[in-house]
Design a protein around this ligand. Structure first.
Ligand SMILES: [Zn+2]
Length: 91
């Protein structure tokens, strides 16, 4: 039986937590890439230029809420695509 391929197929399921966003650091005038997971966990990152430590904070838990909504939507989309006999993955 052949499966219909819808969209781009990658090997693993989409994990919103691993998505990177640029964090602009004014002092150095550069962007440091941070993952949504790092923000949610309040991780400390190092500026790639001056190596200063930057503490991340998910103020009011908005990143936590936002990533959950996006993850739920993607999971639901993947399930629907599987039901159609296809495979949908976004990277
Ligand atoms: Zn810096």
């Amino acid at each position: 039986m052949q499966h219909q391929i819808i969209g781009l197929v990658v090997s693993s399921r989409v994990n919103v937590d691993s998505w990177e966003i640029p964090l602009f650091y004014q002092k150095c005038g550069i962007e440091n890439e941070v993952t949504l997971w790092q923000i949610k966990k309040g991780a400390t990152i190092q500026c790639v230029v001056c190596a200063i430590k930057i503490s991340l904070k998910d103020k009011g838990g908005s990143v936590e809420k936002g990533t959950k909504q996006v993850q739920d939507a993607i999971d639901s989309l993947e399930k629907t695509a599987e039901k159609l006999g296809g495979s949908l993955k976004v990277k």
